[in-house]
Design a binder for this molecule. Sequence first.
Ligand code: AMP
Length: 419
Amino acid sequence: MTSSGTVLVVNSGSSSIKYQLVDPVLGDAVASGLVERIGEETGAIRHTFGDVKVERDEPVPDHGAGLRAVLALFGEVGPHLEDANVIAVGHRVVQGGDQFSGPVLVDADVVRKIDELSPLAPLHNPPNLAGIRVARELLPDVPHVAVFDTAFFHTLPDAAATYAIDRDVAREHKVRRYGAHGTSHHFVSRETARVLGRRVEDVNQIVLHLGNGASASAIRGGVAVDTSMGLTPLEGLVMGTRSGDIDPAVLIHLQRNAGLSVDDVDDLLNRRSGLKGLAGENDLRNVHALADDGNADARLALDVYAHRLKKYIGAYHAVLGRLDAITFTAGVGENDDIVRAMACAGLEALGIAVDPHRNAGRKKEPTIISPDWTSTVVLVVPTNEELAIARQAVEVAEAAGLPGTSDESDPAPASAGHA
Ligand code: AMP
C-alpha cells in the first residue's frame, strides 16, 4: 500500500449509518460516528473526532439526510474532509452472492448487481445500496469501493457450500451457503499468522467471530474451506438473538401446529432466539450476571452457547485435518474469558487447551491463551473490520490507477473481484 490519505468507511444499515474515517497505513480511526433511528420520529447522530464528541437528537428522514448531516459535522467539528485527503470510500455490503469474489470499484453495473442480490439479503443489501447511492452523489470525485461480507467465502469447496436439497430448486433460487463476516475472518486469519510469525499459507486455522452475530470458519493456508453461516447469517452458532443451527422441521412444525406465519418464524429465529430466547438477554454480560445469581435459564443458555462452539471446533478440526490455531475475536471472543474456557474445555486429547492465567480478562491486543505444550495455539486477536475495508478499498483504487492513491501504479481492471 503506497497511499497517504484516509478512507471513509460506511456501513449503512436499515435504520442506521456507522462510519469511520480511517488511516489505512497507520491503522488508526481518525474520526467515527453513528446515525441512528433513520426514518423514525426521533433520530440521533454521534460524531467523535479526537477528544471531541458531539451528540445531536434530530429527526433523520432518510439515508441521504443522514449522510448529509455527517458530512456537515465533519465540516463543523472536524476533520475537514478536504484536509483529510480522502482517497476512497469503502462500503460494507453484506451479500455478494455468486457475483463478487472480492472488493470492486462501484459503477452502474455493480449497483445493479447488488440490487439484484437483494432477495438473498432483504434486510441488508437495500440499505447498503442506499448508502452507496447517496455517498456517490455527495462525494462524486472519490472512488467508491464495495467490500462484500461473503467474498472471503467464495472459495468454499462445493461439498461445503452445497445444501442437500433438489439441485434444480437450489440452482433456480441460488440456494447455497455464502457465509458472512468474511471481512473479519479474512483480517483475523492474516493477523493470526502474523502473531505466530508464520506465512498465512502455512497455517490451518479456525476463526471464531463471536459478536452479537457469531460465525466460525475453517481456513486452510489462508483460504476459507468451511464456515458456519449459510444462505443467510442465521445458520451456525448460537447468537445474541439468532438460533443458529436448527432442525428445519421445527419451522414446519410451528407453521402447521402453532399457527405461525412465515414472518412469525422469521421473527422468532432472527430476533427472539439465541441467548435472548433462552435467557431473555442477548448481551452475554447480562446472561453471566443472571447465571451468577443462580438463574437456571441463563446457565443453560451459556451451556448451549459453549456446546455449539465446541461442536464447531471439533467439526472444523476434522475438516482441516491438522489444526495449528484457533482464534477468538469480536465482542464476546475478545472479552469473555469464561466462554473461551468453556468452548475449549475437555479438548486436551485433540491438542487444544486454554491456560487460565493467559486467558484471564479482556484482550485489547493479540494474545496467546493456550499453554506451551499444545499442538494447536489458541489466541485472541481483536478484529477491525473498518480497517480491513479501508485497506481493501485502497488496494482496489490503487489497482485501478485512480488519482491520489498511488504515484506509480499502472492502470488495471478495477473490477477484478467480479466472479
Ligand atoms: P460485537 O457484535 O462484536 O460488537 O459484540 C457485541 C457483543 O459482545 C455484546 O452483545 C456482548 O454480548 C459481547 N460483549 C461485549 N463486551 C463484553 C464483555 N466485557 N464480556 C462479555 N461479553 C461482552
